[in-house]
Design a protein around this ligand. Structure first.
Ligand SMILES: [Zn+2]
Length: 340
């Protein structure tokens, strides 16, 4: 009998585009973080029993609107370039490589099974939208633009991280896991249950140091009350904003890690992730106050906060931990498995 892992999950990978240099390199590569990822996709999924692959397996990728095929290894290097600063410590890059490989296979298995391919994929296994799949940079065309004179060094670092973890994936009960990751959690990661309402044993809240080293750890968004109201009405037309703005938010519930699980907004109960999306916040760990005609949101953390925190991985790597220890910390109960 097939072992099936059935979960319903809102998946939301956050991305950190391009190099935010921190370790080992002094070159001032541009710091160009993307808009905070707030897109979420609801996925009800049943994974097939087992997928077989190796690093030459072709990935069909829909990037910048067109579909291409490339070997898994090359795809992962491009994902790393888009998702983690290339100057991060080697063990953090390796942890990210395993998480990205695992998540890639998870999605490929997902779409080869019961889940329907989204139309935006144009038939491809994955897209380059970090809010849905994983961000991707075509390094054959963009390495120079990303890293300038240091392009060869950084490209090699990422290739090494992928090659040194060749074939390694994370499994739970023999299945590749939904190895979601984010830029910077607060002092604790969030659980999938709190953020997406789906309790997964390997996506629980764990201690996570180092998040505050992220330049986006603390954020402020000032938004006109009318713009915020319109954004909420677009997702919840029944919301009632007839009261004073100071009464729009009430009865919030927070996770132990600090994110808003849900809150009444205009008398409609929304998730913190929905409010994050409506206001374009860095995270769902927010506070809000009224300031004249505006709402001012302040946030902690960058991304959904679930799974591996990239800045946490950086911290642990600098503290001497190896990639397998980092992964075991952020995805408790999982095992590393060598495929291929
Ligand atoms: Zn996608």
């Amino acid at each position: 009998m097939k072992k099936l892992l059935k979960i319903v999950l809102l998946l939301n990978i956050c991305a950190v585009l391009s190099p935010l240099l921190t370790v080992g390199f002094s070159a001032e590569a541009p710091v160009e973080l993307p808009e905070p990822n707030t897109a979420v996709s609801e996925i009800g999924l049943t994974l097939p029993e087992r997928t077989s692959y190796d690093e030459t397996t072709l990935v069909r990728l829909c990037a910048e609107g067109s579909v291409r095929e490339l070997p898994l290894k090359d795809y992962l290097v491009g994902v790393l370039a888009a998702e983690m600063p290339a100057g991060f410590p080697e063990e953090a890059l390796k942890a990210q490589a395993v998480a990205a490989r695992t998540y890639t296979l998870y999605k490929m298995a997902l779409y080869s099974g019961q889940a329907e391919l989204p139309a935006e994929h144009q038939g491809a296994d994955l897209c380059d939208d970090p809010g849905h799949c994983e961000a991707f940079v075509d390094l054959t065309a963009q390495a120079g633009a990303l890293w300038g004179d240091s392009a060869d060094i950084y490209h090699q670092r990422l290739e090494t991280a992928v090659e040194d973890t060749d074939g390694m994936i994370l499994v739970y009960e023999e299945q590749p896991i939904a190895a979601v990751f984010c830029a910077a959690s607060t002092e604790k990661t969030e659980s999938a249950a709190d953020i997406w309402g789906s309790d997964l044993p390997y996506l629980q809240s764990v201690d996570s140091p180092g998040g505050s080293d992220c330049s986006r750890y603390e954020g402020t968004v000032t938004i006109k009350q009318s713009d915020f109201r319109d954004a909420i009405l677009a997702m919840a037309p029944e919301a009632d904003f007839s009261g004073a703005p100071g009464t729009w938010f009430r009865d919030s519930h927070r996770s132990a890690a600090g994110s808003v699980i849900d809150v009444l907004v205009g008398e409609v109960r929304l998730t913190g992730s929905q409010v994050r999306q409506a206001a374009g916040l860095n995270s769902a760990n927010f506070k809000v106050k009224v300031d004249g005609e505006n709402l001012v949101f302040t946030t902690l953390g960058y991304g959904h906060g679930v799974g591996l925190s990239q800045y946490g991985a950086r911290y642990l790597a600098m503290d001497g931990q190896t990639y397998d220890q980092i992964l075991a910390h952020y995805y408790p109960g999982t095992q590393l498995r060598l495929e291929g």
